[in-house]
Design a protein around this ligand. Structure first.
Ligand SMILES: [Zn+2]
Length: 214
């Protein structure tokens, strides 16, 4: 059984957006008898996706502006789109599903030892699931005074550091995008529960950080 993808947010669905999640959504719409595709659902958000999604919204009783074909959380959750971890090379929208960045990368400040923030923070209550952002493998786990309990996901030539965890659910081996690997906490040098998410070239030390995109 595959996991269900959390709602990625209304702004995710726009012209030019490409994601395995959109193809995954299209397949579910076809299964529900709502697909209007001539050539099958693809990863790019198109007018046909919107028409198909509108048919789904009408099927579950939405009317008028509520059946405009732009996914909302209620209709999305009812569609039960499989998480992109079931799609080869899949990716997820956030390392903490449903949460967005609370403190950005490279913000300057004296509370950071290099004078700037080396990752992106996702504030969330202790115990909130953290997921692998890409298919890859956990190559390191441990504890230190700054990063607290941490995990390192290696994928596509980079290391993704998950820090201040309260729980390390998986510590080593292969993981898939969207798979839960730990839980948000406030271990180490932290002022409150959040995920510090940092990206470095594979094997890179502290200070080799790059913009945490994936
Ligand atoms: Zn941070």
């Amino acid at each position: 059984m595959s996991a269900v993808a959390p709602f990625p947010g209304v702004s995710f669905f726009h012209k030019g957006q490409r994601s395995p999640l959109i193809a995954s959504m299209g397949k579910r719409l076809v299964t529900e008898g709502c697909g209007k595709y001539r050539t099958g659902p693809g990863p790019e958000w198109t007018q046909v996706d919107q028409q198909s999604y509108a048919a789904w919204q009408r099927k579950i009783g939405f009317e008028g502006a509520e059946a405009n074909g732009i996914p909302g959380k209620t209709s999305w959750d009812r569609l039960r789109v499989p998480t992109s971890s079931s799609v080869p090379g899949g990716r997820v929208a956030s390392p903490v599903p449903g949460k967005s960045v609370s403190t950005a990368y490279r913000v300057k400040g004296s509370r950071w030892s290099l004078g700037y923030h080396t990752g992106a923070d996702y504030a969330a209550p202790t115990g909130t699931p953290c997921v692998a952002v890409l298919n890859g493998s956990l190559v390191r786990h441990g504890h230190d005074g700054s990063f607290g309990d941490f995990l390192v996901l290696r994928a596509q030539g980079f290391d993704y550091w998950y820090c201040h965890l309260s729980e390390q659910t998986v510590k080593s081996g292969s993981v898939r995008a969207g798979q839960k690997i730990g839980e948000v906490g406030s271990t180490g040098n932290s002022t409150g529960p959040h995920l510090h998410f940092e990206k470095r070239p594979a094997g890179g030390g502290f200070g080799s950080d790059v913009k945490p995109t994936w």
